[in-house]
Design a protein around this ligand. Sequence first.
Ligand SMILES: NC(=O)c1ccc[n+]([C@@H]2O[C@H](COP(=O)([O-])OP(=O)(O)OC[C@H]3O[C@@H](n4cnc5c(N)ncnc54)[C@H](O)[C@@H]3O)[C@@H](O)[C@H]2O)c1
Length: 358
Amino acid sequence: MEDIVYVDFDRMEGFIEDVFQALGVPEDDARICSRSIISADRIGVDSHGINRMKPFYYDRLRSGLQSPITRMEVVRETATTAVIDGHNGMGFVIGTRSMKMAIEKAREVGMGMVVVRESTHYGMAGYYSMMAAEAEMIGICGTNARPSVAPTYGTEGMLGTNPLAFGMPTDEGFPFLIDCATSIAQRGKVEMYDRIDKEIPEGWVVGRDGNIRTDTGAILQDMVKGDAALLPLGGVGVGSGGHKGYGYSTVVEILSSALQGGLFLKDITGMNVGHFFIAMDISAFTEPGDFKRTTGEILRTLRASGKAPGQERIYTAGEREYLTYLERKDIGVALNRSLQGDFILMGDELGISDKMPF
Ligand SMILES: NC(=O)c1ccc[n+]([C@@H]2O[C@H](COP(=O)([O-])OP(=O)(O)OC[C@H]3O[C@@H](n4cnc5c(N)ncnc54)[C@H](O)[C@@H]3O)[C@@H](O)[C@H]2O)c1
């Protein structure tokens, strides 16, 4: 086995679709799942792409913990809003169809908001906000997640890493996209350090005794037991603004549970999460061309502003993802030994190794 193999993105996407289908996910849904997963790798969000394929989706489907069939039930609906029960179906499918519904409502009446209960992991939140940006709309979405983040002055993992994502079209080749956890780091990043057997940086995780921890492998185990917790954006205490990340994380928790009658905080197992999706039709407010020009101007002005010593450039959110996309698109997705092993095992166990793209 080579240390790294590069696989064409479209071929990898096709194989992931084959894996999902072999696990019983219907063809159209399998396509939605594979497109969403590989889109994270395409733009460099490696923590939420094929890295998660085996532990999050394959293992859960194969063990029967997760159903391959997605049954979305609309439990309440108005012209602008909807409440969906996802019945623990595939998070990617629920997320994609819910944002599509919000976009359709926004097209009709200017804005749309769809909230979901009883869903499962839907990957990168920004994928759904980008769907709105691609439709010339502003997209906002978020989700709660398994408890792992301590409130300010606390040490117990209570909140999820609760990502919040905004996508907005611009007059540039790429949208404005801020898509990140409301914690300093998210679990996927700790898992990535574990895969390469490295200590995590200081300041990400607090132990039960209030001390900062960096022992990656033990942290992942202790997070499950409640003996280690991630810190909210801003970090420990209020001195560096930890209370602000804690507040935004709580906003995501509320919007992911209280509107939809869903579960929250410690009742979240990862198989019963809530999401929210908002689409705003720019043409209901102003000319989309004007909006995109002003937004682009704001971003260009920020990038052109004074740089800190030793820094050559300032980025705006969404830019690095676009640059990574350009850099990777002809090279393909990189699979380290551990990932190659995962895919070989999945192909063998499902009897589809003849379709393996590497
Ligand atoms: N589904 C879930 O339960 C769940 C939970 C947590 C996180 N996530 C996902 O994990 C992914 C990664 O989250 P993260 O918290 O590690 O994000 P991150 O720390 O990598 O930050 C990414 C964001 O910061 C922007 N950015 C990066 N460098 C920048 C710079 N120099 N200047 C301006 N902007 C910059 C990027 O454009 C992007 O919008 C996201 O896609 C998120 O949705 C999902």
